[in-house]
Design a protein around this ligand. Sequence first.
Ligand code: ADP
Ligand code: ADP
Ligand code: MG
Length: 676
Amino acid sequence: MFKKILIANRGEIAVRIIKTCKRLGIPTVAVYSEADADTLAVQMADEAVFIGPPAPGQSYLDMARIIAACEQTGADAVHPGFGFLSENAAFPRALAAKGIAWIGPNPDAIAAMGDKLESKKLAAKAGVSTVPGFKGEIMDDQQAVEVANDIGYPVMIKASAGGGGKGMRIARSEGEVREGFQAARNEAKSSFGDDRILIEKFIERPRHIEIQVLGDKHGHVIHLNERECSVQRRNQKVLEEAPSPFLDAATRRKMGEQAVALSKAVNYDSAGTVEFIVAPDKSFYFLEMNTRLQVEHPVTELTHDIDLVEQMIRVAAVEALGFTQADMRIRGWAVEARLYAEDPYRGFLPSIGRLKRYVQPAEGEAGPGRLRIDAGVREGDEISLFYDPMIAKVIGYGKTREAAIDALSVSLDRLHVEGLQSNAPFLSAVLEEPDFRAGRIHTGYIPEHFPEGFKGTAPREAQLRWMTAAAAYVHTVFTERAASVSGRLTPPPAPGRVHEWSVLLDGQRFDVEISLGAGALEAGLTAADIWIPALKAERMRLMTSWLPGQAVFDARLDDEAFAVFLTEKLEGYALRHRGYAAPAIVCAPRVAELYARLPEKEAADTARQVLSPMPGLVVSVAVKAGQDVKAGEPLLVVEAMKMENVLRAERDGVVKAVHAAPGASVAADDLLVEFE
Ligand code: ADP
Ligand code: ADP
Ligand code: MG
């Protein structure tokens, strides 16, 4: 076994790998850039080596620095995680030259599979079904049009060296092929330094289903069944699950056999993933192979009771696999959500900054199932502009798909992220959406169900009840506390005193009677009697462990357990449950009457101005002064965090002025476009 493992990565995946090393008793070395000096991975590793400035090219992608770190610490093996150098065959070759082991597949397998064009040819040769298309490089737009006409529309134009959902375009006509070919080529050149393009059939309403494989250096390859990752935004995975609600045993077996055949064809000897798209009629086509650990590997680990990082380490140390294909039976269901620092209410724009508060629910029991959280951050850490904006992976699992989804939902309710916006409300909304619940998903699921972007979900009556109860309770505690502060002339309230409130929730008024019970009932729990006539005729019992300062209001109202997210605002409270968010004001009923007579506040007219939502680089501008624009039309593209973000018109209007030009660096809130 290895004496010391260096993790050539950062964040969540570095932490994940260190955990397994600790369990196996193997000392670890973290490497870190200037931006990551004080991170969880650095704290957890036995040793840490500084490797350079924040820009990945000068740190996490710099092989020489990482090799020097190995030599300096005596690490005899490197785990690359995912992203960065994980799929760069030159890195394991350079390590081998120094006698350092690589915890990943052999470099020839990486090289063979690292390229979408070459791997497609190889797959076809190994008897794997591939997406219909021309199996060669497309040289110019004339050839692109010919090939596309041959394949039949729509087609997908892809960068052969692409990854992370980048450099891909759908074309539905000759014109779109011409346009898309050039654009894809430019993007491929600038993102991957390789402008080779391929064109294949675009499969309509497909599912993304992938097979986890595991091989060793003794010629064994097995598969660990599938993961479904169809819920995607702009070709990037958002929710992943195992198994797939779509596959039958026969299709699963065929896909597994093809994945193993392809892996054997390249002498695959580590953990890897063979990605397929599956058409509605269950025909399936090879997409690409990822020759590394996959972001969503936990759902496979949970349903197969296996630690894939441990297996990667063991096979890298030339151990033979300790089990056979027959052992790989699926147990239960797991669903993973990628918690991103992005604002779902503003077109999913990156929302970077410091995690002022970050409290995650405890792992283990969660609702009808269990919870696993893979995070790389702690409260106070920064989600920086230099790296992937993932905060954590939240994974629910249980006996059934429903139990796994519920476990994930209740866990997301109990997650406290403040200081930046996360996509948690959006994830929660998807987890409750009926088509998702029924497993009716495909890669266009998000644009189909959220065509206007995410605006929050409408409240259910139970949500109004829980939020009203939470706001009334919190306000009562604050009121009684204020009254009992020593030095006050008014006597402290008698236990059981009845408070009458009006809760103005999202424009609706709910009258409430509430009295707090006398102290703690059970350890850490207090009770209140509450009556909200408009929402339920009878009086209800509210029990909660909430304490002032907490943002997660975890409670039980009669028989219903729930957790509402609640923060104090200048006036009232901001509340959220799942995808529904609303402000609340709690006041005396006569004050509520005054509120009702106040003229309605005009919303600030921000629609006339488009401000930059984050610091970034203007890539292109699509409009000019005097132009008529319809709601939803693109205005300009700003690049930040490796991603191009399209800013769109929020409503119809005429452009008055454009204040940004391509190539300009902009700060957050810089004025970009003005409307008349
Ligand atoms: P997965 O199937 O594991 O989700 P992805 O293709 O989404 O794989 O990529 C996994 C990770 O690697 C992500 O963090 C992504 O940002 C990063 N990544 C993958 N390919 C590239 C690339 N070519 N350039 C930059 N980052 C990449
Ligand atoms: P990446 O390397 O960026 O992960 P992939 O080739 O794996 O690129 O494709 C990513 C996603 O793009 C897939 O999960 C799927 O949603 C979509 N996609 C790719 N190729 C096709 C295709 N031919 N037809 C339909 N969708 C596709
Ligand atoms: Mg892929």
